[in-house]
Design a protein around this ligand. Structure first.
Ligand code: PLP
Length: 432
């Protein structure tokens, strides 16, 4: 499979080059030159396939012969070694629980796939590599975990100081070994810009073999479509139109759902569920894409003012807002509404939503209203990752899973730096 840049000013590449570069030279985003369609037979019989089997079927279409079939088969089996169940919350409404991986958030899936693909190629070529990651919380720990202890690969995490939860911060800063954490005196958008600028810096490019593991990397995106297929496979009744609601920040998860739809998964509608950082819902409503500074909310992994994957969505719909509106409906919700629904759903059904899943639930129920459809919202993180908010909202102290409790006992190790490319560059060049 060949990959092209959404800006069309960079050469097409193969899978390996696209994942090592992360970003094409023209600062666009990679997309597959054509989206492969799975056979009708496979979709019809999808309930007979396990998650690793589905993952292999999807991944092999993009990877082609760049990773041998048997290698890819074991690679995706390693990536997908945890469950992604759908859980019925009420009639016609399911939660797709994406938080059963090692860092309890959906980003494990993309990060683990990317890590294992990169290590396959690094090992083969004997190269050295530095992974740069800007994180609003969950990406960093998922990526760090995916790469922890991998020979020949260093990971540098950038996170906004004071703007991630205590637990998230401990997950980011307690690993050590080949993982460094930079605590940036700024916002997530600052971190994201520093990473983008680093990739475009000529001097750094000479000194360091840099790649990205953010949701902009195509090898993060591709595996995130696995679980849309797997969710559908788990539905006992497939007779009604299926709607997915995706609590969104950088819109990687939602874009992966769009890929799944183009690959032949019968998705009736995608719901873009957002907090007050409602750039995409506003675009769908008004037809103008107007990035802003991000605002802090209780669903902090979605506090993104300039969603990077929007360029992919725009491209997938031929730059037409009307075409996008056919497939995607946008909603946004305040923190108050989010807290209220967390309480309401917990009281009524005993199902515990995290603040992000709660936004997804709200978007889904807003869309469904009285429509006769099957709705699935993505529960993107375990509620315990946002213990402060969840405890405060539900008025009880929820239990912390043992994996999280372990890292809370360790010592935080981070380097505080100011926003801007200069300070990042200094750190990278000093730590060769
Ligand atoms: C990253 C994240 C999101 C947003 O996902 P995008 O792909 O950036 O839209 C939502 N919820 C949680 C818990 C996250 O970590």
């Amino acid at each position: 499979m060949k990959f092209y840049s959404t800006k069309r000013q960079a050469p097409e590449t193969n899978f390996k080059e696209a994942i090592f570069k992360g970003l094409p030279e023209d600062n666009g985003l990679y997309l597959p030159e054509s989206i492969p369609v799975l056979s009708e037979d496979f979709i019809q019989n999808i309930s007979n396939y396990t998650l690793p089997e589905i993952a292999f079927e999807v991944a092999s279409k993009y990877v082609g012969d760049e990773i041998p079939e048997d290698k890819l088969q074991s690679l995706v089996a390693e990536v997908m070694n945890f469950e992604i169940p759908i859980v019925q919350v009420e009639p016609n409404i399911y939660s797709l629980e994406l938080f059963h991986g090692p860092t309890l958030a959906f980003k494990d899936v993309g990060a683990r796939f990317l890590a294992r693909c990169l290590s396959y190629f690094v090992e083969k070529a004997g190269e050295k590599l530095t992974i740069l990651v800007a994180t609003s919380g969950d990406t960093g720990s998922a990526v760090a975990n995916g790469f922890y202890g991998v020979e020949g690969i260093d990971v540098v995490l950038l996170y906004p100081s004071g703007k991630v939860s205590k637990i998230q911060e401990m997950q980011l800063t307690t690993l050590g070994k080949n993982i460094s954490a930079l605590e940036v005196n700024g916002t997530f958008d600052d971190c994201q810009k520093m990473v983008k600028d680093a990739f475009l810096d000529v001097e750094l490019k000479k000194e360091k073999n840099l790649t990205s593991a953010n949701s902009i990397n195509i090898a993060r995106l591709i595996p995130q479509s696995f679980y849309y297929f797997h969710a559908y496979a788990q539905l006992e009744d497939k007779s009604k139109p299926v709607v997915f609601s995706v609590p969104s920040g950088n819109y990687g998860n939602l874009s992966a759902g769009l890929l799944a739809k183009r690959m032949g998964l019968p998705i009736h509608k995608m719901v873009a569920s957002s907090n007050i950082n409602k750039i995409v819902p506003d675009y769908l409503k008004e037809g103008v894409f107007n990035p802003k500074a991000s605002e802090m909310t209780i669903s902090n992994a979605m506090d993104v003012g300039n969603p990077s994957n929007f360029a992919r969505m725009y491209e997938l719909y031929g730059e037409s807002v009307d075409a996008m509106r056919e497939d995607i409906q946008g909603y946004w919700f305040s923190d108050n509404a989010t807290r209220e629904i967390m309480r309401e759903v917990y009281d009524r059904t005993n199902y515990m939503l995290d603040p992000h899943g709660a936004v997804g639930y709200l978007g889904l129920t807003s869309f469904i209203n009285k429509k006769d459809v099957t709705g699935i919202f993505l529960e993107t993180a375990h509620p315990a990752k946002f213990k402060d908010v969840v405890d405060d909202t539900l008025g009880e102290s929820i239990e912390i899973p043992s994996a999280l409790a372990e890292c809370m006992k360790k010592e935080k190790q981070s380097t505080v730096i100011e926003p801007g490319l200069e300070s990042l560059k200094n750190f990278l060049l000093d730590n060769k």
